[in-house]
Design a protein around this ligand. Structure first.
Ligand code: MLT
Ligand code: MN
Ligand code: ZN
Length: 298
């Protein structure tokens, strides 16, 4: 299984258009610190790739990834579909950007599909442009692409719904899921969890089995969003377990056998500065930060 990291930032990206915080200002001054919205491409078979989430940066993300470029026919794309971890705008706005496709194939849990159709009205909006077909993302694994060897399964992680879908539908733990991607040809697997509000037993089990874990690194510490005036809520209250602290993800990840990397970094996270001392701390725990363009072969 081949994976390509397409982006590693939380909503807004780094820099965020209306933000002059040290992380955003630093990324303007040092362009190599820029981070596009968190996303991943997975090769489902020799010819077909799936996007994991479709971000507002999707056009640029495709253009900077040779494997995802169209050809050899004038309208031939290697992109076969999209798998969604949640319905957040930073993970779904890119769907509309793909409207030039003949059809868009989306794999998502029922609450995510309902939010996109019932609240964002994506079905009505896209119907004049392209055909959208949906497949249900379930807890039992199913093939990404018919005939391919890569399977995808959901691990529910929280009932947090996007702000635009507040109050819609009953509480459901599949509003936000982690994805287990497993290549049945090799038995190797990835756990992808860009939004984690809690660390459940089921997630722990999936993490222990994974050869690689790519996980929510939105906030370095629990008080970061309050300290930066982002929110009255702490990191966990905003749906993102922090990296450090008693409920932090670092202590969970440090005990795992697989390679562990952080993604979905918010622009307030000190890890967006490559010279920050927090990187040495991560390295001590055997953990890394994912970088755009990174190719992971499993
Ligand atoms: C999140 O990850 O919590 C959301 O994407 C926040 C947002 O961008 O609205
Ligand atoms: Mn997000
Ligand atoms: Zn900022």
């Amino acid at each position: 299984m081949l994976l390509q990291v397409l982006g590693t930032a939380a909503g807004g990206g780094v820099p965020q258009w209306n933000c002059a915080c040290p992380g955003c200002a630093g990324a303007r001054a040092h362009p190599h610190r820029r981070r596009r919205h968190a996303s991943l491409a997975v090769r489902a078979d020799r010819a077909g790739w799936f996007l994991v989430n479709a971000t507002p940066d999707i056009g640029d993300q495709i253009e900077s990834s040779p494997a995802l470029l169209p050809g050899p026919g004038p309208r031939e794309s290697p992109l076969a579909g999209i798998v969604l971890t949640d319905a957040e705008l930073d993970h779904t706005l890119g769907i509309a950007r793909l409207r030039e496709a003949d059809g868009i194939h989306i794999i998502a849990t029922p609450p995510v599909r309902h939010a996109l159709l019932g609240r964002l009205h994506l079905g009505e909006v896209l119907a004049p442009y392209t055909r959208v077909d949906w497949r249900e993302l379930g807890r039992e694994g199913g093939p990404l692409l018919q005939g391919g060897t890569v399977e995808v399964a959901a691990v529910p992680v929280s009932a947090k719904r996007p702000r635009y879908a507040a109050g819609s539908g009953p509480d459901d733990p599949t509003w936000v899921v982690a994805l287990r991607l497993r290549d049945t040809a090799t038995g190797r697997s990835l756990l992808y969890a860009p939004a984690l509000a809690s660390w459940t037993d089921e997630l722990q089990e999936a993490a222990e089995q994974a050869d690689c874990v790519l996980v929510d690194g939105t906030f370095w510490d629990e008080d970061e969003p309050v300290r930066h005036g982002l929110s009255g809520a702490t990191a966990t209250g905003m749906g993102h377990l922090p990296v450090t602290g008693r409920h932090g993800t670092a202590r969970r990840l440090a005990g795992l056998r697989g390679r562990c990397l952080y993604t979905h970094l918010n622009n307030t996270n000190p890890l967006t500065d490559p010279d920050a001392p927090q990187h040495a701390q991560l390295a001590e725990w055997g953990l890394e930060v994912a970088a755009e363009g990174m190719v992971i072969e499993l």
